[in-house]
Design a protein around this ligand. Structure first.
Ligand code: SF4
Length: 532
């Protein structure tokens, strides 16, 4: 990372809390946890300069070229002698004591010194704890100022380093850190995790727009969907974590702008599930690691490719063992799973993956209830992508498209480039990394959704039409399958490595972040998700 000429004071305070936290901030990683929202709310009055009164100024910008920092004081108070007191506003989660920490001392020390360097007399400094409504005055010693100066230098060293600082190990600071869900300090060793991880608002949903000829637009903070003057739906935009547009649905430019402004992405698919494009915000995190990703993709990372294929085959074997009737195939898949771990080249891996796929899909129909197969006259023997030759293939195509859309969002969210992959070739102009990660989720998520939808009667053969050898899914069938897919990805499972309950959608982002860790050097190795 390149160190800017002047460092933000807040970044130096993050360095004092944890060097990795400073790195993540500088790399553009932002989170939207409850903790962050509380902090933002607590600062809202202090961020408004129009709230200034005589002797009490708000949102005062300060700079010190001597220290090499700039920042903003929440409040600056004037006493009778026109000397100033810097007051920093801090939100603390309820029940914690209003105590001044080392990063806070560093922060107010730098603010006060910057104010003094600008020629204003400084009388003191304080922290105002907004939740407790308690103000704590701070007396600074020359040692505090020296420590603040040293912390500025340490921040510059952190940013100058070629590699991200490693996460802290078993450190209590992590449970108080708003960046734990993107830093993943507990997941790095690829072992069971006991600490609870707070993720960005877990109640938000991906909105699928499926009605042909409809139009979606934003109005008064809601996404409105209508067709021919009839309103089809209305959703609060803050509850949406991404948009997937299926087929012929129009989005207003206002909606696209609003979604991107909120750092969300939009994925467009055909009505059969093929991903045709996506839009992502101009600003994204981890520009440095993205460059390393391209180098790694060019040089090859067989260790990553092996894991994608191994996990894919393992999950095919588990799904077939659970729901099918083909023990010999399961045994062969387990052998191929082990062989993939030892593959010496991508060519070998493709050979193993191809044999596994042929064996698995040859027995795919055994996972459907015999009564359903008979009543619906279901047939399936081989995967036919484009065009789909039967209802099961058409349903699989749609679910793989939904899965690709989700993985694309996860890859983009952590700043990686969907096009620079390790198993799929980047030269084929496809989103290679997204397709790499899709592999380990295919059986556990998409295949499972298709099997469940037919077995439960949510999907019937009458939901499909076949014309000139191409099978297409009807609008009702698509809605049923998308609903089943959403239930699956928002539902939780016990993570096979970390042992905690996690939604499949969150698991996709974790896997993308583990790939990021391998690329930026903070993750010793990658392991795909293998369901048991
Ligand atoms: S989660 Fe822990 S290691 Fe990661 S940035 Fe926060 S304090 Fe540092």
């Amino acid at each position: 990372m390149t160190t800017p000429e002047l460092l933000p004071i807040s970044l130096v305070a993050h360095q004092a809390f944890c060097p990795r936290r400073a790195w993540l901030e500088a790399a553009g990683e932002s989170t939207d946890t409850h903790q962050v929202q509380v902090g933002v709310q607590a600062h809202t009055p202090a961020d408004d300069p129009t709230g200034s009164r005589s002797r009490r100024y708000r949102a005062v910008d300060v700079v010190s070229h001597d220290l090499g920092v700039y920042g903003r004081c929440d409040t600056v108070e004037l006493d009778d002698d026109a000397a100033m007191t810097v007051v920093e506003h801090k939100a603390t989660p309820v029940r914690r004591r209003p105590e001044v920490t080392e990063p806070m001392r560093i922060q107010v020390a730098l603010q006060a010194r910057a104010l003094a360097d600008m020629g204003y007399p400084v009388a003191g400094q304080a922290v105002y704890f907004t939740n407790h409504r308690v103000r704590v005055d701070i007396t600074l010693s020359p040692a505090d100022v020296a420590a603040a100066r040293e912390m500025v230098a340490a921040t510059a060293r952190t940013l100058d380093a070629e590699q991200a600082p490693p996460p802290l190990e078993n450190d209590r600071r992590c449970s108080r850190c708003s960046h734990i869900s993107v830093c993943l300090p507990d997941e790095r060793p690829l072992a069971p995790v006991t600490r609870r991880i707070v993720v960005a608002d877990p109640d938000t949903q991906v909105l699928h727009l499926t009605t042909p000829g409809s139009r979606a637009y934003v109005e008064r903070g809601r996404i409105e969907v209508s067709k021919s003057g009839e309103k089809l739906g209305s959703f609060p935009i803050e509850r949406v974590q991404g948009l997937v547009v299926h087929g012929n649905v129009d989005l207003s430019s206002g909606l696209i702008r609003e979604v991107l402004w909120r750092s969300l992405s939009v994925v467009w698919c055909t009505s059969t599930g093929r991903v045709t494009g996506w839009a992502r915000p101009a600003q994204g995190p981890n520009g440095g690691p993205r460059l390393l990703q391209h180098v790694a993709s060019h040089n090859g990372r067989i260790d990553l490719a092996r894991q994608f294929v191994t996990a894919k085959i393992a999950n095919q074997a588990t799904l077939l063992r659970r729901h099918g009737n083909a023990p010999d195939t399961v045994t062969r898949l387990r052998e191929l799973q082990r062989a993939a771990l030892d593959a010496l080249s991508l060519t070998d891996l493709f050979g193993i993956e191809g044999e596994a796929a042929a064996s698995y899909f040859a027995q795919f129909l055994t996972m459907f209830r015999p009564k359903v197969v008979e009543a619906e006259q279901l047939t399936f023997s081989v995967r036919t992508r484009r065009p789909a030759r039967d209802p099961i293939n058409a349903a699989l195509n749609l679910c793989y498209g939904l899965l690709t859309a989700d993985i694309l969002r996860a890859v983009v969210a952590c700043g990686l480039d969907p096009h620079a992959g390790f198993l799929h070739s980047s030269g084929r102009n496809k989103p290679a990394l997204a397709l790499d990660l899709v592999e380990e989720f295919r059986a556990a998520v998409a295949d499972s959704v298709v099997i469940t939808a037919f077995n439960n009667g949510e999907l019937r053969v009458r939901d499909f039409t076949t014309v000139l050898g191409t099978t297409r899914i009807s609008a009702n069938g698509r809605k049923a399958l998308i609903a089943g897919y959403e239930r699956r990805v928002t539902g939780t499972f016990r993570h096979p490595i970390f042992g905690y309950e996690v939604s499949w959608r969150r698991a996709m982002e974790i896997q993308a972040r583990l790939v990021l860790g391998v690329i930026d050097g903070t993750q010793p190795r990658y392991e795909g998700i293998k369901i048991r």
